[in-house]
Design a binder for this molecule. Structure first.
Ligand code: ARG
Length: 573
């Protein structure tokens, strides 16, 4: 519609091509001002006329030219053109408007595009630290990363989901010492990560009294780096134990990865980085350690090799970038972590650039997010004050089960629905604001079925499903009478739905899934207004079918928007 309008305008005013006219077409702030507005200021200079006069003339020409046969464009879809100051305001014929929006919303992969076709993207997210609990911060990176994966996939990109596990480093030397000194196989097997965390805490307490423990730990990590069998088998066991717990969380969230190549994967690839830096004369010695000086860029130096010869987090990230570029040939590599790692990524990306990779500045992108605070949320914790993401998810599911038992005890698949709604509530809450904003967690807000929440969107979706179930002979692709849907609430709902493609593209461009959750809320609210003012299952078949069609389109759009957030949409709640 916009395109046709742009063509018509360019045919009736001098000095503008359809391509130039298109982006100038605005959506007026109020529906009284029409569906599109075209500002005429820019022609004042060349035409030596006041802009409002130009607008008048343009409107007049458009009104009188009924059809342009040459270009096969007719302005018959325009109901009215009004001039307001320097603007031409276009009022589109309502049934035409309805038809266009509805047909658009019914196309395959609505909301998506093929803009990313043939291009590969890496998203590095979740990435918990082995032998440590999967906490609420890791929950956020997992949820945001998963949503970005869905969003980019919808735009046609081939997305590689990478879990850069924190599974290497001196902490494992400490853990081995602690395990050999105070631990037992049974306790680790029984308590899993909780036991490993306790051993780690014990190590630090004891090391304050006995410094030789630190040396022992260092020696064990050196053994690991040298490939010692015993050291590696204990390490692998800790990793396996941890993975069992992480997988439980991933199953609850319905999240998966294409690669679990974590830090340990790069242990034999860091020397190549040291060599490259040396050849490029970027490496300097400092107190026995090797660093890249970044003072010119107002950053602390990037440490590459510690005085004891061990590699570190940054070195492994540098190796990972080379590996990923080679393996995936990405056009973008995104890193979703807390904002406390901002400096780390700036340093690493700068070093890659200094090594002559001029694509680094555009293609390596850190996606930071704010903190999660749990004030107000009483949570059961399994040891001390340590909070496990899994416990929060399980608690949400339990709470939803209680709500179902009270409100809809005969619901089919109760347990499955409780899981989708409980987990979805937490995911939606995490994705409802800009990433960088802190999230504060209160059950009343997370699970409120009437607020701006996941359950509210899911509930609206389920309501659409139940309306459609009530009329079994309705089919989604039957022809309908568009004029039925020209009342303000139906139109407003269609307008909300029509924002989907832009919401998806904007969410991808800004790496902001909250643009999708806001969109979903807007559609759900518009639907509920439409539903309150229009009876759907009426006698008149034309009216009934048109309203059911809009209900079906709403249902599909809500389901697809929730899916982009990683959230399921049960048909009954
Ligand atoms: N394991 C790290 C943490 O928990 C996150 C890793 C992020 N990814 C990366 N390539 N550095 O803080």
């Amino acid at each position: 519609m916009k395109q046709q309008l742009a063509t018509l305008i360019s045919q009736n005013i001098e000095g503008i091509t359809p391509e130039e006219a298109l982006p100038l077409l605005e959506t007026p702030p109020k529906p009284e001002l029409g569906d599109y507005a075209f500002p005429c200021f820019r022609f004042a200079k060349t035409m030596h006329k006041a802009p409002n006069l130009i607008a008048e003339e343009l409107a007049e020409k458009l009104r009188s030219s009924s059809a342009n046969i040459e270009n096969n464009i007719s302005n018959s879809f325009i109901e009215e053109i009004k001039v307001q100051g320097a603007y031409c305001n276009f009022y589109i014929k309502k049934d035409y408007y309805v038809q266009t929006m509805l047909e658009d919303a019914c196309r395959e992969n609505y909301g998506g595009s093929e803009i990313g076709k043939g291009q590969s993207i890496c998203i590095d997210y979740s990435s918990p630290n082995v032998a440590k609990n999967f906490h609420v911060g890791h929950l956020r990176t997992t949820i945001i990363g998963n949503s970005l994966y869905k969003i980019y996939s919808k735009l046609g990109y081939q997305v590689n989901r990478i879990n850069h596990l924190g599974d290497w480093g001196t902490q494992f030397g400490k853990l081995i010492v602690a395990y050999k000194t105070w631990g037992s196989k049974e306790a680790v097997e029984e308590r899993g990560i909780a036991e490993l965390m306790d051993l780690y805490v014990k190590f630090h307490a004891e090391a304050e009294k006995d410094e030789s423990l630190i040396d022992q730990a260092r020696a064990w990590f050196v053994k690991m780096e040298q490939g010692d069998e015993e050291a590696l088998s204990i390490w692998q066991w800790f990793k396996d134990i941890s993975m069992v717990e992480y997988r439980r969380v991933y199953n609850l969230l319905n999240v998966d990865f294409d690669s679990f190549a974590g830090e340990s994967f790069y242990r034999d690839k860091t020397q190549a980085i040291v060599d490259k830096l040396e050849a490029a004369k970027l490496l300097t010695e400092s107190d026995g350690a090797y660093i890249v000086d970044l003072s010119e860029y107002d950053m602390a130096p990037c440490i590459i090799k510690k005085a004891d010869g061990g590699s570190i987090y940054a070195t492994r990230d540098l190796a990972a970038i080379y590996y990923r570029k080679e393996t995936y040939n990405f056009v973008k590599c995104l890193y979703v972590t807390g904002q406390e790692q901002k400096l780390h990524f700036r340093q690493v990306f700068k070093v890659i650039e200094l090594l002559g990779n001029d694509w680094a500045a555009d293609q390596l992108i850190h996606i930071p997010y704010g903190l999660v605070s749990l004030e107000g949320a009483k949570l059961s914790t399994r040891s001390g004050n340590i909070i496990y993401a899994e416990d929060i998810l399980l608690e949400a599911i339990t709470k939803v089960k209680e709500i179902i038992a009270e409100k809809n005890p005969n619901l089919e698949d109760k347990d499955e629905v409780a899981k989708i709604v409980g987990v979805g509530a937490i995911m939606f809450h995490d994705l409802y604001n800009q990433r960088i904003k802190d999230v504060s967690f209160k059950w009343e807000n997370v699970l409120n079925f009437d607020g701006e929440t996941g359950p509210y969107v899911q509930y609206t979706h389920a309501r659409c499903c139940s309306l459609l179930r009530a009329v079994p002979d309705f089919t989604e692709d039957a022809a309908i009478d568009y004029s039925v849907l020209t009342d303000p609430d139906s139109l407003a709902l269609l307008k909300s739905i029509s924002k989907f493609p832009k919401a998806v593209q904007d969410a991808a461009d800004k790496y902001e899934p909250f643009l999708i959750s806001r969109f979903a809320i807007e559609v759900a609210q518009s639907f509920n207004r439409f539903y309150n003012s229009n009876r759907i299952n009426v006698e008149d078949a034309a009216v009934r079918n048109a309203r059911l069609k809009l209900t079906a389109v709403t249902k599909n759009t809500l389901r697809d928007a929730l899916d982009l957030l990683g959230i399921g949409a049960p048909e009954q709640m």
